[in-house]
Write a protein that binds this ligand. Structure first.
Ligand code: SAH
Length: 402
């Protein structure tokens, strides 16, 4: 799937694929490389910065509310079409406040059109993906049942520096942080199709490694776009100091922690940042988040065949989570069958092992539901986002019997 990509991007994709196939593992990278900054955009401005910015551009301050209504309220991102703005002012407004941030490279759909993955090119050529999943769409059985809703899975960085060996994004390395507006723009673009009821920071990147931009983007989503903070999930490998900062923001977000192993020995290899923030500290910080916010924490657990899916590890996970008098009510485990990435030596757990894993968690009183894997066939499921056009036929292991 290299359509829409330039020759240089295709060459880079091939290089990255070769890297993954050779089984090389990247070093951890916490600091984002310094790159040219994306152009300033309306969505980068906090509410109290907007009227002064408009005045500085020589426009009457009341325009600020108009811009908010267009961009955040109606998802309109091109001032050229804003008829309530004098035609003579539109170009200047566009270049001062609404530079194009995302250009769509390609779109792939699955699940009868209810899962859409979009590859975006940013101003400097960096590529990121977002995935919009609709649920409960009448007449579309693969969208599931229940209330009609939509979840946007978005990216917070181009690439990722956390180097988890089972994750396609992690194996591509970190290119740069996204700006606040580049994150918000993914929501605005999705809302033109269907307004998301939920937003999950489970696309490319480690949101807690791009903390400032992520928090500002969340504030725009809540304060300006009107999404519910409860419907927004921030997923992290477990950057403990940032988890603690998040707990103090006063936002009732859902925190998801990518645990994947209850023991340091295994987690050190699956989630390399564990060598800095070990399991016990991560779980303590997750519990502190629950105590501070009252929000039940999600624990992500990719079930990898014969690696982390043993019954004894389920028991260890149950004991870990409910230990220290914490009880079981504060947490919810989401086991998800591994989506094997190209060249991966790992594959998803057998169904029987998956069921036993969940059964043991339940025996500890812990809520656990196996997460679905929407969009697998378009490499749009968790951990598959690589934004480098790998042929989907490379995902060979997905058809192995379980
Ligand atoms: N960096 C953040 C958010 C992005 S990944 C984090 O790690 O939490 C979103 C989720 O997908 C994480 O739980 C991640 O561990 C999981 N994931 C990554 N690769 C996967 C794969 N190949 N199969 C299943 N889940 C995967």
């Amino acid at each position: 799937m290299t359509e829409g990509l330039t020759a240089a991007e295709v060459a880079k994709a091939a290089e990255l694929d070769a890297h993954v196939r050779a089984g090389r593992v990247l070093p951890l990278r916490l600091d984002a490389p310094r790159r040219g900054k994306p152009p300033r955009h309306w969505a980068d401005l906090a509410p109290d910065e907007r009227r002064p910015a408009v005045a500085e551009a020589g426009l009457p301050a009341f325009r600020a509310a108009q811009f908010d209504a267009h961009y955040f309220g109606r998802s309109e991102d091109d001032p050229a079409a804003w008829t309530d703005l004098p035609a003579s002012a539109r170009d200047a407004v566009a270049s001062a406040f609404f530079p194009p941030l995302l250009s769509g490279v390609r779109e792939q759909t699955a699940d009868e059109g209810t899962t859409v993955k979009t590859l975006w090119r940013l101003f400097d050529g960096a590529l990121v993906e977002s995935v919009l999943m609709e649920y409960g769409v009448p007449g579309r059985a693969s969208s599931g049942s229940g209330r009609r809703r939509a979840t946007l899975c978005l990216s917070s960085q181009a690439g990722c520096g956390m180097a988890c060996p089972f994750c396609a994004t992690g194996q591509g390395g970190l290119e740069r942080n996204l700006s606040t507006a580049e994150i918000v723009a993914q929501v605005v673009a999705a809302a033109r199709r269907v307004r998301p009821s939920n937003v999950v920071f489970m696309g490319m990147g480690e949101p807690m490694a791009n903390y400032k931009a992520v928090i500002a983007a969340i504030r725009r989503m809540v304060d300006d776009i009107g999404l519910s903070a409860r419907g927004i999930t921030v997923s992290t490998v477990g950057l403990v100091p940032r988890m603690r900062a998040l707990a103090a923001e006063g936002l009732p977000l859902t925190l998801a922690v990518s645990l994947h192993a209850p023991d340091d020995e295994l987690r050190d290899t699956l989630v390399p940042i564990n060598t800095r923030f070990p399991v016990a500290e991560v779980v303590d910080a997750a519990y502190a988040y629950f105590e501070a916010t009252g929000r039940r924490v999600s624990i992500e657990y990719a079930l990898i065949r014969d690696i982390n899916d043993q019954a004894w590890r389920a028991d260890a996970l149950g004991a870990l989570l409910s230990g220290h008098g914490r009880g079981a009510g504060w947490v919810h485990v989401n086991p998800i069958p591994l989506n094997p990435t190209p060249g991966s030596k790992w594959t998803a757990s057998r169904r029987a092992d998956e069921h036993e894993f969940v059964r043991r968690l339940h025996a500890h009183g812990i809520a656990a539901t196996v997460r679905d894997t929407r969009g697998r066939e378009i490499d749009g499921a968790c951990g598959q986002l690589a934004a480098r056009g790998a042929p989907s036929s490379d995902v060979t292991a997905q058809s192995q019997p379980r």
